[in-house]
Ligand binder design. Structure first.
Ligand SMILES: Cc1cc2nc3c(=O)[nH]c(=O)nc-3n(C[C@H](O)[C@H](O)[C@H](O)COP(=O)(O)O)c2cc1C
Length: 173
């Protein structure tokens, strides 16, 4: 699958099959994280891979909007360093690279925020200088995916040269 096709087809999935994701795929997802760009190449992030079902349960319990992660095959907690103003941009880029890499191997995922920070610090031994910014849950999808995305049209989202000047493909040079 080429890069555009991966983006075009990727859907967020919160219901996972019992089938195990191979260790080689998990390693490749972490490699994709390691290879991602970060502001000034600081690489301030750290990743905690959670695969023990008891710990996945804790991840779910300590979150507001990630209860579904209890049934994921594994999850990755992304920690970033808030001393860098761009740390959340870096978090967004790294989760996208991990999710697209997973999708290329047929592994679905979704992210969640709304983390109980204190509980995460306690339960996953997260040090003061790092913030648990976002979590990604991974697994094979439980159901056949319909492949339908609900997205606004480009005519509403994109502009040419200045905000308000409507974009249309025939205006491209
Ligand atoms: C920054 C960000 C935060 C998100 N937070 C949550 C969340 O807390 N819980 C959740 O279940 N989904 C979360 N999502 C998933 C979005 O709701 C999902 O991407 C959106 O519904 C589109 O999904 P689709 O690609 O399947 O159409 C988040 C997505 C992003 C990009």
């Amino acid at each position: 699958m080429d890069a555009y096709e991966t983006v075009r087809t990727k859907l967020d999935v919160r219901e996972f099959a019992k089938k195990k994701v191979p260790a080689s795929v998990k390693s490749q997802i972490l490699e994709a994280a390691r290879l991602t760009q970060s502001g000034n190449n600081t690489q301030h992030w750290r990743f905690i891979l959670v695969q023990d079902p008891a710990n996945l349960k804790t991840l779910a319990k300590d979150s507001k909007w990630g209860k579904w992660v209890e049934n994921a095959d594994f999850a990755i907690i992304v920690l970033t360093d808030p001393q860098f103003g761009y740390h959340l941009i870096d978090a967004g880029r790294v989760v996208q690279d991990m999710e697209l890499t997973a999708w290329g191997s047929g592994v679905a995922s979704c992210v969640f925020t709304g983390l109980d920070e204190e509980a995460y610090r306690r339960d996953f031994n997260i040090q003061k200088n790092l913030t648990p910014s976002i979590v990604v849950g991974f697994g094979y999808p439980a159901k056949k995916l319909l492949g339908k995305k609900n997205r606004k049209p480009l005519s509403e989202l994109a502009f040419l040269e200045r905000y308000g000047s409507k974009f249309s493909p025939d205006k491209l040079s």
